[in-house]
Design a protein around this ligand. Structure first.
Ligand SMILES: Cc1c2[nH]c(c1CCC(=O)O)Cc1[nH]c(c(CCC(=O)O)c1C)Cc1[nH]c(c(CCC(=O)O)c1C)Cc1[nH]c(c(C)c1CCC(=O)O)C2
Length: 398
């Protein structure tokens, strides 16, 4: 049973984002933002109350309520919901303890210290059934689809193997990545075994999210930018590729429609061309990319882009927001094809909800002003390729 036209859910009334994700032309660019259900919203704090962060993730009622908050607030301006959850539920399903420390972020009391570590052996040997252990996520997705009543499509997501491994060995966020670098350079064989194990779980986890009702899926490689281009090709890209190569077949096996797949490798600007050569339908961009340059590269490969305003512009007032939206609309081909408008990373705390509203309004207004679809000329494509080539040489990847 295919979830997109699933009789248990109301038909989708706004399928703009799914059409664009599949490469079709559209009347305007769809928009949403990463972390749109979060701490900048007063209603988030109200609904979360005293509940622990992971308790909220485990409660389908709370998770679906939080997911719908930005959809209600920005009704008519926003074109997708993303399930309220966290990338760290996979390490939890693998048997690791993770707590969310308020104001600080995630914390693993017992990170994986080395391949000799008892816990590494346990994590590697333990049978991990993500269908069973992450059942609460699928329940939250199904409940959210029902509550959405077809207003907008719902994103499912997971963390990429490299980013998840970073958390599992660092024990939380990091500035130096001392442990992650020790693993990838000193314990490369064991690190790759762990990355492969996570990649297999990601495929099943995303597939089960689609069974539950997710209509598009995104893989977050939030720490990709900590890697050199060469290391990225060794420890991040192969596992991102494993996911997009295997998910469609798994979905077919489960009798599901193949949904669009999005990859977001934050900081890996040098890998745009490589990511465009994968089976992902959409490539998420952070703000290190110039829209026009990235769009020319993506168009050459027939890929759709998602992004990429610096989330910091939302602290900068209306003029700054208008300027960055203008640059995006112009650079991403006028917004009629190949672009899902978003920030270049998650929205940050202390942003005023009305400033995000203005961002959405400007995307609608400025893309509406652009009548003509702009296709990059051959000269634009060649100039962008030359710039990428020069940047790669400067970065040492040649
Ligand atoms: C790296 C990462 C994590 N989680 C996630 C990523 C990848 C995206 C990215 O790079 O930002 C993914 C994530 N986390 C959350 C969502 C929800 C859906 C949405 O986008 O609205 C999504 C898609 C909720 C959340 N995840 C978290 C919160 C804040 C929890 C709170 O204090 O209330 C929310 C709403 C906590 C979290 N979770 C994580 C960190 C580092 C933190 C603390 C820092 C922070 O809060 O920004 C791990």
């Amino acid at each position: 049973m295919a979830s997109i036209a699933d009789p248990q859910f109301e038909p989708l009334k706004n399928d703009l984002l799914l059409r664009v994700a599949r490469g079709q032309k559209a009347e305007r660019p769809p928009c949403w933002v990463m972390r749109q259900a979060g701490r900048y919203l007063p209603e988030y704090h109200e609904a979360k109350g005293q509940n622990d962060f992971f308790e909220c993730c485990r409660s389908p009622e709370i998770a679906s309520t939080l997911t719908l908050q930005p959809i209600d607030r920005y009704e008519g301006l926003i074109d997708a919901a993303i399930i309220f959850s966290d990338i760290l539920v996979i390490p939890q399903a693998m048997g690791m303890e993770v707590v969310m420390v308020p104001e600080k972020g995630p914390h693993f009391p017992n990170p994986l210290s080395s391949p000799e570590d008892e816990q590494y052996r346990e994590v590697m040997e333990r049978e991990c059934d993500v269908k069973e252990s992450l059942d609460y996520v699928y329940k939250a997705i199904t409940m959210t689809r029902r509550k959405l009543k077809g207003r907008v499509p719902l994103y499912g997501f997971c963390g990429a193997p490299f980013t998840l491994m970073c958390y599992m060995v660092e024990g939380g966020g990091s500035k130096m990545f001392r442990h992650a670098k020790t693993w990838i350079f000193k314990y490369a064989v064991e690190a790759k075994k762990l990355l492969q194990k996570i990649a297999v779980l990601c495929v099943e986890y995303l597939a089960q999210q689609v069974v539950a009702g997710a209509q598009i899926v995104q893989v977050f490689d939030s720490w990709a930018g900590e890697l050199s281009p060469t290391s990225f090709k060794e420890v991040a890209l192969p596992y991102l590729v494993y996911i997009c190569d295997n998910l469609p077949a798994r979905l077919r096996e489960l009798g599901q429609e193949v949904v669009p797949m999005v990859v977001f490798a934050k900081g890996a600007w040098y890998a745009l061309d490589d990511l465009c050569k994968t089976k992902y339908d959409v490539i998420g961009l952070d703000w290190l990319h110039e829209p026009k340059e990235a769009y020319a590269v993506a168009q050459k490969h027939g890929k759709v882009l998602q992004g990429n305003a610096d989330p910091g512009i939302l602290y900068g007032g209306h003029e700054a927001t208008t300027k960055v939206v203008e640059e995006m609309v112009e650079g991403f081909g006028g917004g009629k094809q190949g672009w899902i408008a978003n920030l270049g990373h998650g929205i940050t705390p202390f942003v005023k909800p009305d400033d995000l509203k203005f961002f959405f309004q400007e995307i609608h207004r400025l893309s509406g002003l652009r009548q003509e679809r702009h296709t990059p000329s051959k000269a634009d494509v060649e100039a962008a390729e030359q710039r990428m080539h020069t940047r790669n040489i400067l970065q040492g990847d040649w």
